[in-house]
Design a protein around this ligand. Sequence first.
Ligand code: HSE
Length: 310
Amino acid sequence: MPNSIRVFAPATVANVSCGFDVLGFAVNEPGDEVLLKKNDRGKIRIVEIEGDNGQLPRDIEANTCSVVIQHYLKKMELDFGVDIWLKKNMPLGSGLGSSAASAVAAIYAINILADYPKPVDALLPFAMEGEKAACGTGHADNVAPALFGGFVLIRSYNPLDIVRLKSPDNLFTAIVHPHLEVKTKDAREILKKEIRFSDSVTQSGNLGGLVAGLLLKDYDLIGRSLQDHIVEPIRAILIPGYDNVKAAAMDNGALGAGISGSGPSIFALAEGPDRAKKAGDAMKKQFEKIGVDCDLFISPINQEGPRVLD
Ligand code: HSE
C-alpha cells in the first residue's frame, strides 16, 4: 500500500451546447494535480495550494479536495490522516471544470492510498460532493468526464445513471479561455426556472442528434446538433464579444461552438487538429481584438481521465 500518491485529473467541457447538466467531455490539458501523503496524526490537513492566487478555501470543511477525502474516509470507515498538496493549473471560474478536476484528482488518489477498495465507477458520488462544496450544486457533467474520460451522458441524477459515449477518434476541440472570471454559482442563478415547451422540444432533438452523431461518427450531425436555445442566450451576455468569437469559429472550420460549462471559456469542435487549430486561432483573435487576453487549448477528446504521476 503506497504512503503517497500524485494524480492529475483533466479539465472538462460541460453542457456541450445542448446538454445542460447532462453531457460533458474531457480534454488533455489543462488539468489539476493533487499530491496526498498519509500522516500519523489521523487528521486531514491542507499543506499547500499552488496557482489559485490565495482564492481557494484552506478550511478542510470547505475545500473541494478535503471535502471529497473526508466523505470517502468516513464512508469507508478508514481512520488514517492525509496531508494534501494541490496544484491548480487552471483558473477558478474559467468554465473548464476547475473544481471538478481537483475533486476527481483527490478522490482517485485517496482510493489508491486506501489500496483500491472502490472501483472507479463508485467514486463519482464522492466527486459530486466536492462539486457541491465548490458551487452549491452537485452537477456531474464535469466530474463524470474528468473521472471516466471521453464523453459522458448523465441519463439520470436520481438514481444516478451514467452512460459513457464513444466518439470519433478525429474529433478535436479548441477552447479559448478569456482572462475573466464567471462564478458557476452566479451563472446558474441568472437562468430561468421555466422554459418554453417548444424550446424543450428543440433541445431534446439536438441532444439526441449529438449523441447519435458521436456514436455514428457523423461529423455533420454533430455539427448540426451543437445548438443551445435555452442557456446560451442568457449566459452569452456574461462573455464580451461572444457572438463574434463563436462566428469566427464557425467561419473557420468548426462543426459548432458554444459556452464551455458556465463560461467564460468558449469551445469549438472540429474534425481533425488542423481545423480545430484554425478555428481556435480565429476565436482567440476575436477576443484580442476587443482587448481581452486569452489562452488557447487544442486537444483530442481525452479518453483516459485521471492518471497517476508518481
Ligand atoms: N452544467 C454546469 C452549468 C456546468 O452549466 O452550470 C458548470 O461547469
